[in-house]
Design a protein around this ligand. Structure first.
Ligand code: ASP
Ligand code: MG
Length: 397
């Protein structure tokens, strides 16, 4: 019997009714003769609500305690889904990340999975049960409960798929795949038929919310196919992310924007301070992107796992000579073989100039068409780039 891992995002389990609907979808997969492991996110906006609750008690919430609080969200979903599956006449059992054997680093609020020993899941599957796992959480070697960073349920699902040697991991949400841009920003955005691991990794690294970047790393390393599908409706085939046949032709795949960054800029001509990485990690920003230039450095710090803004700002000020900006958005063009001629980075720069949009500061990376844009003009930049490089793609692809 093949093992299938299905992950349901927050909007798919937002209400009791949604949960009963998901239960039916899970049972339908089981009825096809598969063993099913389900990973769930917290219901709707639960994680944000819990974060607000913490902020209303403490301006700089203790990160261990934050993890104790945030993991509750996914535990609610797992228990309710298991109940709903029982009511459909199927045996099910829910497990926390810790019970599932998900061992992580001890970097609270942004831990990484180190290994998985899924004995209890395997036993339950052999016993004929459907297994529900709370996403986004694990336990450190020191037996502390951790979370995997925002969007971390994707990582739970793909890492479990690898550990269980599952057929594939299905990521179920309210969108029916991965699009060439956010359709709310670019109405002409297309659903992509298929993505390579590299393309999906670049997209996730560039801030696309469809899939967590660490989840893609797990998939790539273990050759796990990820299927991004809608929980209900939409294109049933979704967008698979997998090993694709060798592609000789460069193509521009998607344009994505990453708001929600702290941009740190060195004011002088100094190398990055030796403790920069550890300082960022101590505030939940181990996933920052640090760029060293001959004349200084820049760090792009995702805000989403930095939960004590004031304390973070103090730590940055203590470094001296570092400017912290919040008015810039990273806009990235993702594709295959983009450095091969015709050079997409050059075309992208031309398209921005034609639209009268200035990219801020230095070119981030010569091999990558990524630009820091005034936040207020980021959507315009995404539209201009999509139009020039994807809609009119005949001369690029
Ligand atoms: N509930 C967590 C979040 O909102 C984890 C997840 O949904 O993947 O980020
Ligand atoms: Mg997500």
């Amino acid at each position: 019997m093949a093992i299938i891992v299905q992950k349901y995002g927050g909007s798919s389990v937002a209400t009791p009714e949604h949960i009963r609907r998901v239960a039916k979808r899970v049972v339908a997969t089981r009825e096809l003769g598969h063993q099913v492991v389900v990973v769930v996110s917290a219901m709707g906006n639960t994680t944000n609500d819990l974060l607000s609750l913490a902020a209303s008690v403490s301006p700089n919430p203790h990160r261990r305690e934050l993890d104790m609080l945030l993991t509750v969200g996914e535990r609610i979903s797992m228990a309710l889904l298991s109940m709903a599956i029982h009511d459909l006449g199927y045996p099910a059992v829910s497990f926390t990340g810790s019970q599932s054997g998900i061992i992580t680093t001890d970097n609270h609020t942004n831990a990484r999975i180190v290994r998985i020993t899924p004995h209890r899941i395997q036993e339950a599957l052999s016993g004929g049960r459907i297994v529900i796992v709370a996403g986004f959480q694990g336990v450190s070697e020191r037996k502390e409960i951790t979370t995997l960073g925002r969007g971390g349920s994707d990582t739970t699902a793909v890492a479990l798929a690898a550990a269980l040697e599952a057929e594939y991991a299905e990521i179920c949400s309210d969108v029916d795949g991965v699009y060439s841009a956010d359709p709310r920003v670019v109405p002409a955005a297309r659903r992509l038929d298929e993505l390579s691991y590299d393309e999906m990794q670049s997209l996730a690294d560039a801030g696309a919310k469809v899939l967590n970047a660490e989840a893609v790393e797990w998939a790539r390393r273990n050759g796990i196919e990820i299927r991004c599908v809608a929980t209900q409706g939409g294109a049933p085939e979704g967008t698979p992310v997998r090993t694709v046949k060798a592609h000789e032709h460069p193509r521009v795949t998607a344009v994505t924007a990453h708001p929600g960054l702290y941009v740190l800029e060195a004011e002088g001509h100094e190398p990055a301070p030796p403790d920069l990485e550890s300082t960022l990690a101590a505030h939940g920003a181990a996933d920052a992107w640090i760029l060293q230039f001959p004349g200084g450095w820049t760090a792009l710090v995702p805000k989403q796992n930095v939960h004590g803004r004031g304390a973070f700002q103090q730590a940055i000020e203590a470094m001296g000579g570092v400017r912290m900006r919040e008015d810039l958005t990273l806009v990235t063009v993702v594709g295959r073989s983009l450095t091969a001629p015709p050079d997409a980075a050059k075309q992208a720069r031309r398209a921005l100039t034609a639209a009268g949009i200035q990219a801020h500061g230095k070119l981030l990376d010569p091999g990558r068409a990524a630009f820091l844009i005034d936040a207020a003009r980021a959507n315009e930049a995404v539209r201009a780039l999509h139009e020039a490089l994807i809609d009119g793609a005949a001369d690029v692809a």
